[in-house]
Design a protein around this ligand. Structure first.
Ligand code: NAD
Ligand code: DAU
Length: 339
């Protein structure tokens, strides 16, 4: 194991999105000595309210683009580490219009690792299990760090490309980088375009939830705070050049998750509509997190998915003013796509 790395200042890209903002909140809570600079373009998915109320002497927001090399260079020059969350993150959007995905996910990553190379700054790359493609429903296999890259969607292929850039920059230029590939996150501040918040907010709006395809697709759910704690362990104690898979043994079919939401919200389990499937829809994701557990001793704190789901439903009940402004535009986009 590498010696512990203890950053005083970190640059978090995409820190106004779902997972990035939860990470910023987690760091402020768990590591009082660390100052966080957030670099975020505030796309439709970025919301400054996600980090509102955090102490001004701990968190600074810089609104800007990770593809802006001059800005990135200036910010990277004055930080101890970069944790790179910023991305176009939604599969359905990538199918409708892949261009911003190539730009932000590939060119944006290139811009950041070039700056880290120039300034000798530690870099942690946030990626996804989707780079490994999908698994069959009747297969017991799970993804490991050795699984071949087999991305299916424009989104996952751009994430895979960004991972490849990081690996090449480690080998060729010796940048001090690590990569993590995590499974599906859930929790507060997730955009209403994503599966769990979409169904909860549909119900809160008096609309029926919607399920793609046959509903049997499996995702491996992890609470967003567990993702944050894992990233911190990798950033501070992970081996340079290594990839770590992050997962919490949370495999569930979409229809099971939807039924759990309906039950928890007091509705019949069949109170939803089937809609057109997503083109190229990955069947099953599953993470084997043994390397992370064995090497760094990491364990998820939120092992009870049903309890986490109930808390998440309550969060959306309590924060209508947060999600309501995005709901109509999101559903209009889905209607255009027949979903
Ligand atoms: P999100 O869409 O909620 O947030 C993305 C953030 O990035 C937003 O704040 C947005 O404004 C910002 N951003 C987008 N383009 C930018 C640019 N060019 N410059 C600066 N900022 C920009 O995404 P998320 O779900 O929080 O995902 C965060 C990261 O985690 C992504 O890299 C994603 O691939 C990865 N990931 C997500 C999941 C998941 O379940 N959501 C799982 C594994 C990995
Ligand atoms: O696995 C990690 C990935 O998880 C991340 O890399 C992505 O950024 C993140 O968006 C997520 O990708 P998915 O495509 O798995 O998530 P999404 O929430 O879009 O969909 C989850 C599942 O639910 C998927 O099988 C499609 C299905 N679905 C989705 C929506 C929005 C529905 O059945 N109905 C819906 O309305």
């Amino acid at each position: 194991m590498s010696e512990a790395f203890e950053p005083n200042n970190i640059l978090v890209t995409g820190g106004c999105g779902f997972i990035g903002s939860n990470f910023v909140r987690w760091v402020v809570r768990e590591h009082p000595g660390v100052h966080v600079t957030v670099l975020d373009k505030l796309t439709y998915a970025g919301n400054p309210a996600n980090i509102a109320g955090l102490p001004a002497d701990r968190v600074e927001l810089v609104v800007g683009d990770i593809c802006d090399a001059a800005l990135v260079d200036r910010l990277v020059a004055s930080t101890d580490a970069v944790v790179h969350y910023a991305a176009e993150s939604h599969n359905d959007n990538s199918i409708a219009d892949p261009e911003p995905f190539v730009r932000t996910n590939v060119h944006g990553t290139f811009t950041l690792i070039e700056a880290c190379r120039k300034h000798g700054v530690r870099y942690h790359h946030i990626s996804t299990d989707e780079v490994y493609g999908d698994l069959a429903l009747d297969d017991r296999a799970r993804f490991t760090e050795e699984s071949p890259y087999r991305p299916s969607s424009p989104y996952s292929s751009t994430k895979a490309a960004s991972d490849m850039l990081v690996r090449a920059w480690v080998r060729t230029y010796g940048i001090a980088a690590t990569i993590s590939n995590c499974s599906n996150n859930y929790g507060p501040y997730q955009h209403v375009e994503k599966f769990i918040p979409r169904q909860i907010t549909n119900i809160l709006c008096g609309m029926r939830p919607v399920l793609y395809g046959d509903g049997r697709n499996v995702r491996d759910w992890i609470h967003v705070d567990d993702h944050s704690s894992a990233v911190w362990e990798i950033l501070t104690r992970g081996r340079i050049g290594e990839t770590y898979l992050i997962g919490a043994d949370g495999e569930r079919s979409n229809i099971d998750v939807l039924r759990a939401i309906l039950r928890a919200m007091g509705l019949p389990e069949d109170d939803f509509d089937w809609v057109r499937d997503r083109p190229g829809h990955d069947r099953r994701y599953a993470i084997d997190p043994m390397k992370l557990r064995r090497e760094l001793g990491w364990r998820p704190a939120h092992a009870d998915f049903d309890a986490g789901l109930v808390q998440t439903i309550q969060w959306y009940r309590d924060h209508e003013s947060w999600w309501r402004p995005a709901k109509e535009a999101t559903e209009a986009r889905y209607r255009e796509q027949g979903q």
